[in-house]
Design a binder for this molecule. Structure first.
Ligand SMILES: Nc1nc2c(ncn2[C@@H]2O[C@H](COP(=O)(O)OP(=O)(O)OP(=O)(O)O)[C@@H](O)[C@H]2O)c(=O)[nH]1
Ligand SMILES: [Mg+2]
Length: 305
């Protein structure tokens, strides 16, 4: 994570079997924010990527879908903006789903593993095709056919980071009760729920344009909260140190905020804390949308200390 805009730079990695809808989702997400969600927009600085996204989305609207991704593209760099201010940058690599079942010889396997290891957020795709009926008696087949067990193998390296489970092609699920679909997805992804990460299940569709913006909003929400929690912990550690109590966290505080005098350090962290609170208020119109949709959300992360 580097420094850029208000929140720095994040790596979002999307995983899902071939044909699960990763490329279409990325195009839909870009389009949703290009049109603007309130005053929030998404941009890529790369001219050709922008052109490709626009053309490919135009074709999707006419039901001409992109070809399966055979060669992984370079990462796309996105800027998430509120009016003219960049709030966050993130990189997004459109990997081929085939990587999940690739053999050791595959040339892109090592870079994929590395990417997942460095991720700040995971997007996992399960196609709505698997969920058109209740999963009763079919769970093991879906876990295998949807490459859910393969995703877990790669994600183990990343630790319990914020995760969005995208139920793609949700236009195929209109006949089912949303709460039953969400319960089925929880069963299929049980291991991800056991390790107490911030997690969301979000049905999305490029046909219905359902919820295309919400996964990024969820990540933004947990990303800011995490930074705020760190700033508050840093202030407590500093206070402890100034009052003669030792704190194991203080080394991290000085490394992150600079080796300043205690007074300057307190000012600097206090400023960061206030900035983050302002940001939370600023994105409120977006986060309000999360609580109004038919989703599963657990935003809490277990504090290891
Ligand atoms: N009904 C419906 N079909 C979709 C939707 N999104 C994608 N599809 C279908 O799913 C196919 C695969 O989508 P892609 O986005 O190419 O899948 P991918 O995960 O990128 O696949 P790889 O590139 O092979 O890893 C598309 O060609 C469409 O036929 C959707 O929202 N609704
Ligand atoms: Mg693809």
């Amino acid at each position: 994570m580097g420094d850029a805009g208000g929140l720095g730079k994040a790596n979002i990695v999307i995983l899902g079997h071939t044909g699960s809808g990763k490329t279409c989702y990325m195009l839909g997400m870009y389009h949703a924010f290009k049109e603007g969600v309130g005053e929030f927009t998404l941009h890529t600085k790369d001219h050709d990527s922008d052109l490709y996204f626009e053309e490919a989305w135009f074709k999707i609207r006419k039901r001409h879908f992109p070809l399966p991704t055979e060669i992984t593209t370079k990462p796309y760099s996105f800027e998430f903006r509120h009016r003219f201010d960049v709030l966050m940058q993130f990189d997004w690599t459109d990997y081929r789903g085939g990587i999940l079942t690739a053999r050791r010889e595959a040339t892109d396997l090592a870079s994929f593993r590395q990417l997942v290891r460095r991720a700040d957020c995971l997007f996992l795709c399960i196609s709505g095709e698997h969920l058109q009926q209740a999963i009763r008696g079919r769970a093991q087949n879906i876990i295998f056919n949807g490459a859910i067990s393969r995703m877990r193998v790669f994600c183990d390296d990343a630790g319990p980071i914020p995760t969005v489970i995208l139920v793609t092609k949700s236009d195929l699920l209109h006949h089912r009760r949303p709460s039953e679909v969400l319960a089925d997805v929880r069963r299929l992804f049980k291991l991800w729920f056991d390790d107490k990460r911030p997690i969301m299940i979000c049905p999305v569709s490029v046909i219905d344009r359902e919820n295309l913006d919400l996964p990024i909003v969820f990540f933004l929400h947990v990303f800011i909260r995490k930074q705020l929690a760190q700033a508050e912990k840093a202030l407590r550690a500093l206070k402890d140190e100034m009052e003669g109590r030792s704190s194991s966290f203080i080394g991290w505080v000085r490394e992150t905020f600079g080796n300043l005098s205690n007074r300057k350090l307190r000012e600097s962290i206090g400023q960061r804390d206030a900035d983050l609170r302002r940001l939370i208020a600023r994105i409120q119109p977006l986060t309000d949308r999360l609580w109004g949709a038919s989703l599963y959300i657990n935003e809490r992360e277990e504090d290891p200390n």
